[in-house]
Design a protein around this ligand. Structure first.
Ligand SMILES: Cc1cc2nc3c(=O)[nH]c(=O)nc-3n(C[C@H](O)[C@H](O)[C@H](O)COP(=O)(O)OP(=O)(O)OC[C@H]3O[C@@H](n4cnc5c(N)ncnc54)[C@H](O)[C@@H]3O)c2cc1C
Length: 429
């Protein structure tokens, strides 16, 4: 069959890999000039490694991604350094990424609250039965089982930071999935995620996959038992197509989808993200911490501060120290329209709360990356709202971050759903 894939992110490339191996004629259309999608990176001329536009790492439990890398024969390029994650409590940051660190954390006191926090965490780690959890909000479930103090100091900041106005509507299965599927060990690829994406694209090309880069597909319509894909550059017919973009974009590309399916796509909610990357002339975190979790209530201008070079060495970046300041925001938030310098001016007081000595003169260069589609929002009983990978338009398939539920979005799940879509497409040949 002649198959089109829209999007050269990890979902699209994983699908292309399996479809090509099964003997299909595969073309990937990618709007950007590079592969990798949301996990793509960028590189200065004096850097050996790329830096992801949006901070990225893998968990040791990311079996679909790590399994794919193993199949490709590149496992020796996956690295699992030991970074330190800290949480904020009354003006200070404390390590919180191991059982001893959690035991020593002062934010929960030393008595019942810590025991409740531990027991709830243990239950969520052990149970596989997430379905009943999606009937409650995190807010209601955690208040009941972990208690007000544990919930408000440990979990509320996380969901407020990620989901803003939706925080109190997010369902408990989302938090279950985060605790269930994540590890304290964090992995990356030698050279950065972009190096892996480029290597993967090169392999796909060697296998015979055609890449049409900088080619945004503008419409998909059913014709003569197949599909017609239009871009500015061309009109081409395919037997099948897989779309890996946001649900909103699919609705725009294929308005002839059934009204029900279109409504389902348009009702899905998501948050955008704005992430600033700074190259500094020196280390920011005096303690060498990698990931700072910051509650919105503490008045910081961002949700997370991540010193990438406390995870991988600054020598890969010509001695530059790489720091991210990021936030999940509703599209239309003013951060989307500020200039890079205006945003930096907003962020500086927050960076100085991490290291009071920080000064603008430490900053060698900044980059700001923005996306409208960063984090799907799972509301109560969300499993009923997930669009089917097989759309009602014959031959058209859809595999996006919004469908990996109950899992949270991630490259691991992009690979899983991309490969699942490839299996379904292959079956109908
Ligand atoms: C702030 C942030 C932090 C994250 N952190 C992590 C992390 O630590 N670990 C992790 O594993 N994951 C993380 N993720 C999630 C991860 O990036 C995504 O889950 C994954 O990259 C999704 O892959 P995908 O292929 O489904 O979609 P995408 O990567 O979004 O790929 C879709 C592709 O489609 C292209 N496209 C769009 N429109 C068109 C069109 N009309 N025609 C042609 N092409 C088009 C886009 O340019 C893009 O390349 C993070 C995401 C964000 C935003």
């Amino acid at each position: 069959m002649k198959i089109a894939i829209i999007g050269a992110g990890f979902g699209g490339m994983a699908a292309a890999y399996d479809l090509r191996k099964a003997g299909h004629d595969v073309t990937i259309f990618e709007a950007a000039a590079h592969v990798g999608g949301l996990a793509a990176g960028f590189k200065e001329p004096h850097w050996d490694w790329s830096v992801e536009k949006f901070y990225h790492h893998w968990f040791a439990s990311d079996k679909h991604m790590l399994g794919l890398i193993e199949e490709l024969g590149w496992s020796e390029r996956v690295l699992f350094p030991r970074p330190y994650t800290v949480v904020y409590h009354q003006g200070k940051f404390y390590p919180f990424d191991s059982i001893p660190a959690a035991l020593l954390y002062p934010g929960l006191g030393w008595g019942l609250d810590k025991i409740r926090f531990g027991l709830v965490g243990l239950f969520l780690r052990i149970t596989n039965n997430w379905k009943p959890l999606e009937r409650s909000t995190v807010d209601a479930w955690m208040r009941k089982w972990a208690g007000k103090r544990v919930y408000e100091s440990m979990w509320l900041p996380l969901i407020e930071g990620k989901f803003g106005p939706f925080a109190k509507q997010v369902n408990m299965a989302w938090l279950w999935a985060r605790l269930h599927a994540r590890t304290t060990r964090l992995g990356t690829y030698e050279g950065g995620f972009q190096a892996f994406a480029d290597q993967f694209a090169e392999r796909l090309q060697q296998m015979g996959v055609r890449f049409e880069m900088q080619t945004g597909v503008e419409s998909i319509a059913p014709v003569d038992g197949g599909l017609e894909l239009r871009s500015k550059e061309s009109v081409e017919h395919f037997d099948q197509a897989l779309v890996t973009t946001s649900p909103q974009l699919l609705a725009k590309l294929a308005p002839q989808l059934s009204a029900d399916y279109l409504r389902g796509l348009l009702e899905l909610q998501s948050m955008g993200a704005v992430v600033m990357t700074l190259a500094l002339d020196r280390q920011l975190s005096e303690q060498g911490y990698y990931w700072y979790n910051i509650p919105k209530s503490a008045g910081f201008p961002f949700l997370a501060l991540v010193e990438h070079t406390n995870y991988v060495s600054a020598r890969h970046f010509g001695g530059d120290h790489i720091v991210y300041c990021g936030d999940y925001l509703e599209v239309g938030h003013e951060y989307f329209s500020l200039t890079d310098e205006e945003l930096l001016a907003r962020f500086i007081p927050g960076i100085q709360r991490v290291n009071p000595a920080f000064d603008r003169s430490w900053v060698k260069k900044i980059w700001v990356h923005k996306t409208n589609y960063a984090q799907p929002v799972p509301l109560v009983n969300h499993s009923h709202n997930i669009p089917d990978i097989r759309t009602p338009m014959p031959g058209l398939y859809f595999a996006s971050m919004s469908q990996v539920y109950p899992w949270d979005r991630g490259t691991n799940f992009a690979v899983e759903i991309g490969r699942k879509a490839a299996r379904l497409m292959g079956q109908s040949s």
